[in-house]
Design a protein around this ligand. Sequence first.
Ligand code: COA
Ligand code: AMP
Length: 657
Amino acid sequence: MKTADSLPQPAAYAAAHAESLADPAAFWAAQARALHWFTEPTQVLSTDENGFYRWFRGGQLNTCYLCLDYHVAHGRAGQVALIQDSPVTHTVRRFTYGELLELTARFAGGLRELGVEKGDRVLIYMPNLPEAVVAMLACARLGAVHSVVFGGFAPHELAVRIDDAQPKVIICASGGIEIDRIIPYKPLVDAAMEQAAFKPAHVVVLQREAIAHAVHARMQPGRDVDYQRLLEAAPVACVPVDATDPLYILYTSGTTGKPKGVVRDHGGHAVALKYSMSAVYGVQPGETFWAASDIGWAVGHSYIVYGPLLHGCTSVLYEGKPVRTPDAGAFWRVIQEHEVRVLFTAPTAIRAIKKEDPEAHLLRNYTLSSLRHLFLAGERCDPATLDWARQHLGVPVVDHWWQTESGWPMLATLVGLADMPAPRAGSAGHPVPGYDVQILDEAGLPVLVGTTGLVAVRLPLPPGCLPTLWHDDERFRQSYLSTFPGYYLSGDGGYCDADGYVYIMGRVDDVINVAGHRLSTGEMEELLAAHPAVAECAVLGIADELRGQRPIGLVVLKDGQTIGEAQLETELVQCIREQIGAVAYFRQALVVKRLPKTRSGKILRKTLRQLADGEDFVVPSTIDDPLILDEIRARLRSRGIGLAFERQAGLLPTNTA
Ligand code: COA
Ligand code: AMP
């Protein structure tokens, strides 16, 4: 396969999608030609010993090479690759491809001196800093496997990931900056290292100058190493890796306390992301792309770091919030200042801006002439938010659907392809080439148009999607593949209209999305149930005006417990904050006499959620005691829950699974 920086002229969407399903190997072999391979693949699509699909077997490449070295060798050395925009430290720093390569090659050399080699894991716990991007790319350069953990997670979550990934090295910053406070990270890492059974050999610490007045990480001699010291190493070259080798592990919430380690491989990932930059987002090499997310999430991995760099774009790395850093005009400033072509963010961010500046007065201070499209994902986008953004920004607003597991969009309006039907409010668009999206009933049969069902994707999944879970093939099979043989089960419910637009209505499992952050209610239940006063509990994701969803707990006390409700609530809220992190936004726990159950003892969670959201529902015929629902409804109302404002605001889907 020869290197080519320019893709063919835009294909027509329908033809591209049909072709990708009719002959996936031919379709993706053509896309793979946009990348530089050290060794070309011998089998574009194959299956492994587990029967799992694998892409580009036999091929050798290196993702860091494609993101940096390739561009430096092909005329982009002086082009800005990364812009750090940090309103919380009043910093804007620009790094050219040449500079980013120099830093990355040196840092990789430093990691190697610490003993990191191909296949070793490295855990990264840092805010949105260029040093974090350098660390990720340096791992890729060595063929080491990085696992970035979102900074909002507490030590317990970090410890679980340390034990699962068993990293040789942890890289962290001295601290992160939230709207109103500085959060020291190193003590959190130290606490996690105490809790974890596995002990990484080294902790590399970036002492941030910007917060040096408030935080200086304490170093443990012999174990802890200064980040800057690694940059003094001699630069090292890229290590060729197999296309099927892992590039990273990204943990995401499952239905239990143990997160799922989503694995991403080098080859499929690079091909899919490169394709998506032009086909889905319609950006050209050299243009500026901004994913206002965090490097700790899948969006950050794919569209702050790898996608834009693979494509030769300039990527914006933003350390701030949509509001209060310093105001609701922050996003518009960044778009103007860096000439952003495409902005990708979560609906929550737009809702936060809309709440603080409903008439978008602050927008008048800026010129957004560079902006072509706004893409939204991470949670369901209510039409009111979509319309507000469209009206005020004056550009097409594209809702698109994806998951950590897919790593890139599964449904979208692909603005880079010709003849694409225009976005329709409430829908996440049409299946992206490579994805055969189907809506199935409980028996695995396709439902009729307009009927809600389970959203599944017929196998094989395209390149870029998870080939398996880290060291847990069985969980991969059980979680995603075993319900409907031949399909990947997404965990979302949805429906398709007569024009082929797909509507994603929300999770059908114990996963919720709080401000675009994916969390497990099952994990929260495990933690609440461990409180000595709690006999049993249910955690529900209820509609929230700003965050889309937020969790609340309903708890039943053990017989004879006399703890006051307020005290118990404080302890439970604190427990979730300490064990999962503030980002879970768990603020309410209500004591109830009993939980509604089926006669066989299963908690009626859907009914509880409908009750909490003030929805109309049919009392399930299997319920053991219908009167309990009235009692719980009264308890919820007494705490202001279930007043149905969300439905009026269009936040709640009307067609729930
Ligand atoms: N490190 C440490 N703590 C963090 C954190 C991080 N990286 N991110 C969030 N937190 C903390 C917050 O400080 C807050 O703590 P508090 O309860 O002590 O105030 C808590 O977690 C809840 O965070 P959040 O829900 O983000 O609330 P917020 O008031 O700080 O910000 C929004 C609200 C809407 C501005 C913010 O959620 C947002 O920007 N959302 C956009 C979502 C997004 O981009 N998602 C990425 C997926 S694409
Ligand atoms: P994450 O793995 O954190 O990216 O979260 C994935 C989940 O977010 C999906 O399973 C959906 O429930 C939800 N999600 C993502 N994008 C959308 C969207 N455009 N519309 C509705 N839900 C979405």
